[in-house]
Design a protein around this ligand. Structure first.
Ligand code: LMR
Length: 340
């Protein structure tokens, strides 16, 4: 039986010569982000000095004989790169080196994201979905959205799924259960040391029986929760220390998971984290891009309301909110236009 294909879409990967793009391009063209019926043209975009690497990736993609891939355009011309794209994965920017904090990249990356926002505004489709993976990514997402006012703000997000996958991986590894047996892990806040990986309402299936993690772990829950949080917060830096470069394959996989759930939705009663423009939910400052638990239906996300915020969570959410406001002010100092 043949199944009907969707119309061909154009998908942009900026920072295409980088190591995340190297994995991401193949994942996307294999159907991991947009599904197995969605043909596409990939737009690879990077600086002229990176033409060789982009060209090599273009050749490898063609050589993979991927059924969904209809063309690959490798370019340093933003007009060509951003033209008519339905989705944009923005990864062009400086990445952190061993020992650095993500906010130290604000000065270098703010202008890049401002320019990319302007390009999206001018050339992309107005329903374009945008995922920013340039650090510090919540604030870079904010800058990008701010400079692309013709695209709805709810179409911008970051890669909070990476922190979620790390947390689910941690639980699965420690409890010896598959990732599919773990639901409702929450990530709150900024993608920084202030993030709050929160497993207080996470559920697990063990020997065919469903439990709240807290019920299953009993007295060990408090220390497990603290260790999980520390491990997830540290993981990006641990990978940089181990590899000398930041996460690649896992970041690309998380970008695909994020986009797939955004397009196809979450099952009833299941929440995933998503970094979105805050509406003030849970007492967070409005407008900053903050990671919340969301449910998604037909391409639209909604922040899950009514989750009980205990004392630990309250102080961590407040801390992350303050940090994001500070990052926003650092951007004002850096690019100084269009900001309060
Ligand atoms: C990550 O978490 O792996 C990325 O944000 C890269 C980094 O700087 O840690």
């Amino acid at each position: 039986m043949t199944t009907k294909e969707e119309q061909v879409i154009r998908v942009l990967i900026s920072g295409a010569a980088g190591q995340v793009a190297y994995s991401l391009a193949g994942f996307i063209a294999s159907g991991m982000a947009f599904g197995l019926k969605q043909p596409m043209i990939l737009h690879l975009f990077d600086l002229p000095v990176e033409t060789g690497k982009m060209e090599g990736l273009r050749m490898e993609l063609i050589d993979s004989a991927l059924p969904l891939l209809r063309d690959v355009i490798a370019t340093s011309d933003p007009v060509v790169a951003f033209q008519d794209v339905s989705a944009a994965f923005l990864m062009g920017g400086k990445r952190r080196q061993p020992g650095m904090k993500r906010f130290e990249l604000i000065s270098n990356n703010s202008r890049i994201l401002k320019d990319q926002g302007l390009c999206l505004d001018a050339f992309a489709r107005k329903d374009c979905k945008v995922v920013v993976l340039v650090e510090p990514c919540n604030t870079m997402c904010y800058i990008c959205a701010e400079h692309a006012p013709s695209i709805p703000r709810e179409n911008f997000t970051t890669n909070a799924r990476l922190d979620y996958n790390r947390a689910v991986g941690y639980i699965g590894y420690n409890l010896k259960i598959p990732a599919t047996s773990i639901k409702n892990m929450i990530i709150w806040g900024n993608h920084s040391d202030s993030m709050h990986p929160d497993c207080s309402i996470t559920s697990v299936i063990i020997n065919n029986k469903s439990y709240r993690l807290s019920e299953y772990l009993g007295d060990e829950m408090a220390s497990f929760r603290a260790q999980l949080s520390e491990a997830v917060i540290r993981r990006g830096a641990d990978i940089i220390a181990a590899r000398g470069v930041s996460s690649g394959w896992s970041a690309a996989k998380a970008l695909c998971d994020q986009m797939r759930d955004w397009l196809t939705g979450t099952p009833q009663g299941v929440m995933v984290p998503m970094t979105v423009a805050s509406d003030g939910s849970y007492g967070t400052p409005k407008e900053i891009f903050f990671t919340f638990p969301v449910e998604i239906q037909r391409g639209k996300w909604n922040i899950v309301k009514g989750i009980k915020i205990d004392e630990i969570s309250r102080s961590k959410l407040d801390f992350s909110g303050k940090e994001l406001l500070q990052e926003k002010m650092a951007v004002v100092a850096e690019i100084g236009d269009g900001y309060p």
